[in-house]
Design a protein. Structure first.
Ligand SMILES: Nc1ncnc2c1ncn2[C@@H]1O[C@H](COP(=O)(O)OP(=O)(O)O)[C@@H](O)[C@H]1O
Ligand SMILES: O=C(O)C1=C[C@@H](OP(=O)(O)O)[C@@H](O)[C@H](O)C1
Ligand SMILES: [Mg+2]
Length: 189
């Protein structure tokens, strides 16, 4: 039997959770899995999970796409900065950010001060495939999604590289990504 993707027995999850005194904040490009992996990572650590985009949508009573359409990106980033500041204060276990949040210098500084930033990274083909499944990302509607993702990867790379932890997740199942993050965290703590 292939055990490669079973939850890792070698990582002491309770030990990691007890040593973590700040929220884990997932950053990285659209489609890398911040939202879906973040939820599972929180479960693995027995902590709560919150998604910044969902919180922005609740606060604005509008979808991310509607906010971009009605007010533009700069307005969205202002709201995103405020929401992430609040989430960091509330002290959640795992916070998934939207892909552009950590590129904003103020948001990045706050996250680095009050949380532990985890940069999730994977190959471009995987990002293109995953983001093509749902039409909810306004930045990918303005042209060829692959080209846009190539450019964003290049532009945002230096900001993401400031994260305390870097995890390359690959295109395997979610559990494999959670295990990789837990291993990197255990090494970092
Ligand atoms: N191994 C995996 N890691 C991350 N996402 C995956 C994986 N396999 C499938 N997906 C899917 O890819 C899509 C994009 O993931 P999502 O969590 O929304 O990314 P992000 O929040 O970083 O934009 C989701 O539908 C998710 O379920
Ligand atoms: O990369 C970006 O600038 C964005 C990423 C999206 O979140 P995900 O990374 O969760 O898709 C969402 O915040 C918005 O569409 C803008
Ligand atoms: Mg997301």
């Amino acid at each position: 039997m292939n055990n490669a993707h079973k939850p890792s027995e070698t990582v002491d999850r309770a030990g990691i959770a007890s040593r973590l005194d700040r929220p884990l904040v997932l950053v990285g490009l659209m489609g890398v899995g911040k939202t879906s992996i973040g939820r599972r990572l929180a479960g693995a650590l027995g902590r709560d999970f919150v998604d910044a985009d969902e919180e922005i949508e609740k606060a604005a009573d509008r979808s991310v796409s509607e906010i971009f359409e009605e007010h533009g990106e700069a307005y969205f980033r202002d709201g995103e900065r405020r929401v992430i500041a609040r989430l960091l204060e509330e002290g959640h276990g795992v916070i998934a950010t939207g892909g552009g949040a950590f590129v904003d210098p103020e948001t990045r500084a706050l996250v680095l001060e009050k949380g532990v930033a985890v940069w999730l990274d994977c190959d471009l083909d995987t990002l293109v495939e995953r983001t093509s499944r749902r039409n909810t990302r306004p930045l990918l509607k303005t042209g060829d999604p692959r080209e846009i993702l190539v450019n964003l990867k290049e532009q945002r790379g230096p900001a993401y590289a400031e994260a305390q932890i870097h995890v390359v997740t690959g295109d395997g199942p979610h559990d494999a990504a959670v295990n990789r993050i837990l291993e990197e965290l255990a090494a970092w703590l």
